[in-house]
Structure formats: C-alpha cells, structure tokens
Design a protein around this ligand. Structure first.
Ligand code: NDP
Length: 296
C-alpha cells in the first residue's frame, strides 16, 4: 500500500511555487494577491481560512482576510464581493463556505468575477471545467488530480465510484475523472444518498473518491482488493483527550481499509493540504493571466 501523502506533496508544490513567484516578480511580474472573505465564527472555517493565509506567506503571495460578522446581510456581503472584484491589486479571492443560512450561497458565488474566482465555483468556470476548457478548476478536485499525478497513479480504464455529489467536490470530480486526459479516462459512477446497493458498487470499483462527510462510512467490506482510495471527508469528532477537544476523521475507516488498498489518502494530511495548494496555483494563474492582458 502506498500512502498518498498530501502534506508532503503540497509542501513540495509550495516550494516550487515559491521559486516560480520569486522569478515572476524578479522579471517584473506582480506579486500575487489572494483575498478571502470569512463570514461568522465557525471554528472549522476559521481554521481553513487561516491555513490559506499562512500558505500565501510561505509562497510569497500577499493575502487579505476580510472578516465579517455572522449577522452580515446578503447585500452587505455582495458589496464586499464587488469591492474585491473592482480592486485591481487583488488577483483572486474566495468566500469561505459554508455561509450563514440567511445568505443565498449561490447568489454570492455568482457575484464573484469569473477571472478572480480561484475556487472555481462560478458557473462560467464550472462550464469551462465540464467542457475541458481552460479556466479555474475547483480547488479540491484539482488537488486530487495533482496528487494522483504526482504519485503516477494509473487511472485509465479504471472503474471509479465517487460517493457524494456536491457542487464543490463530488460532481466536478466525476466529470474530471471521466474526461479523456490524465488523470482521467475512468468509467465513473456518481453515487449519493439515494443510490441503491452502494456497498456492492464500491466493492466492485477500482477506485473510490469519497466525499460525504460521514466518519468511517467506507468499511473494509466495501473495498476491492488493490483499490485506489481518496478520502475527502473531514469531520471534527469530539475527543476530550486532545488539546483542541476534537479529532479529524475521514469518511473511510482507514485502519481497517488501508491494508487492502494499492493507494490511499490519510485524514488529516491527504486531500486537505492539496486543496490549499490548488487555490494558490489558481491564484498565480489569475495573476499571470492579468499580466498577460496588460501586456497585450
Ligand atoms: P455535502 O455535505 O455538500 O454533500 C454530501 C454528499 O454526500 C451529498 O451528495 C449526499 O447525497 C451524499 N451522501 C450523504 N449520505 C450518503 C449516504 N449514506 N450514501 C451515499 N451518499 C451520501 O458534501 P461536500 O462535498 O461539501 O463535503 C463532503 C465532505 O468532504 C465533508 O466532510 C467536508 O468537510 C469534506 N470536504 C473536504 C475538503 C478538503 O479540502 N479536504 C473540501 C471540501 C469538503 P445527496 O446529494 O443525495 O444528499
């Protein structure tokens, strides 16, 4: 079994990005600038945003964190989005999800200018992704593709079950892995809560991408011998013996499943850090794209 080590791989990619940014800036390019809007006080969201800001420092990006109260109205949030859309120094930005329930998430995502949408959630970028055109790939699926690529995991002709059909992970992942490129060329089944015989479907699959948010949902009997497993799930489970008071659990029962796999991601240290580097890569792409527009 080979561990798909997202922590190590993401550190390697960050080192490469730092060199690329230094060269880019030395040759007259603009320092990339990523901004993030955080609404409210959700502990997990704060952790993710802080990790993104820290990653910016590591690769030589400028970063801005816009913190808003959880009572912020939709129109106030939309006006912050508009400010970032119009700020020429900001190359890309994200709105950390989930948003408080009184805010229409889709309306906010659609308000982000597609050329600054480094999370890849705007319909323009989703459409480009689906058509295989150049745009911003959604950060988590992009991170998974990079991890598979770095470990040279063979995907062609494999059967793949993606569990979970969210717009940010499962659905785009199913599209990307079915495309005629590497990593891809899989025969994909997209499973969800209404799927019948999920255990059997999974047990017959060469590859599982699991993103449903239910700790240890995928058990040993649901896994084929030699399968490739990517566990996207991250759930905080209360653990009084830890300083934080919780432990992070994936959607896969790692201890019992790992021995059966050819490749598997750990949680934490698998997909999570790869999501962050993908965001950085998208931001650098946005900066370069803007520079190219100025030159031409
Ligand atoms: P959502 O919570 O939006 O959706 C969950 C999906 O799982 C839905 O499609 C749902 O089906 C499906 N589902 C729920 N129960 C079952 C079941 N019993 N059998 C089959 N399918 C089921 O998913 P997200 O993609 O936003 O998040 C999934 C997990 O990934 C979470 O733990 C999240 O924290 C984590 N995550 C991790 C990231 C990272 O960087 N590592 C990034 C993003 C998410 P239905 O549509 O029918 O309701």
């Amino acid at each position: 079994m080979t561990l798909l080590d997202g922590k190590q791989t993401s550190n390697e990619i960050k080192d490469e990005l730092a060199v690329e940014v230094e060269l880019f800036v030395k040759s007259g390019g603009k320092q990339p600038h990523l901004a993030a809007i955080l609404v409210g006080n959700d502990g997990a969201s704060k952790t993710y945003v802080n990790a993104k800001v820290k990653a910016c420092d590591k690769v030589g990006f400028k970063s801005t964190l816009v913190k808003l109260e959880d009572t912020t109205s939709q129109s106030e949030l939309l006006s912050e989005v508009e400010k970032l859309n119009n700020n020429p120094d900001v190359d890309g930005f994200i709105v950390q999800l989930p948003l408080p329930s009184h805010i229409d998430e889709q309306a906010v995502l659609e308000a982000i200018h597609p050329e600054k949408d480094v999370d890849g959630f705007h319909p323009v970028n989703v459409g480009k992704m689906a058509l295989g055109l150049d745009g911003f790939l959604p950060a988590t699926p992009y991170g998974i593709l990079q991890l598979l690529e770095r470990y040279k995991v063979e995907t062609e002709g494999k059967t793949c079950v993606v569990v979970g059909r969210s717009h940010i992970v499962g659905s785009p992942m199913s599209i990307l892995l079915s495309q005629n490129k590497y990593p891809g060329n899989c025969t994909v089944t997209l499973a969800h809560s209404r799927t019948r015989n999920l255990a059997k479907l999974c047990a017959n699959a060469d590859m599982l991408i699991v993103a449903l948010g239910k700790p240890k949902f995928i058990t040993q009997d649901m896994v084929k011998e030699g399968a490739i497993i990517v566990d996207v799930g991250i759930t905080r489970v209360s653990a009084l013996d830890t300083v934080s008071g919780y432990r992070l659990h994936g959607d896969v029962d790692f201890e019992n499943v790992a021995e059966k796999c050819s490749f598997i991601t750990p949680v934490p240290g698998g997909v999570g850090p790869m999501t962050i580097v993908s965001l950085l890569k998208n931001t650098l792409k946005a900066t370069r794209h803007k520079g190219a527009e100025v030159i031409t």
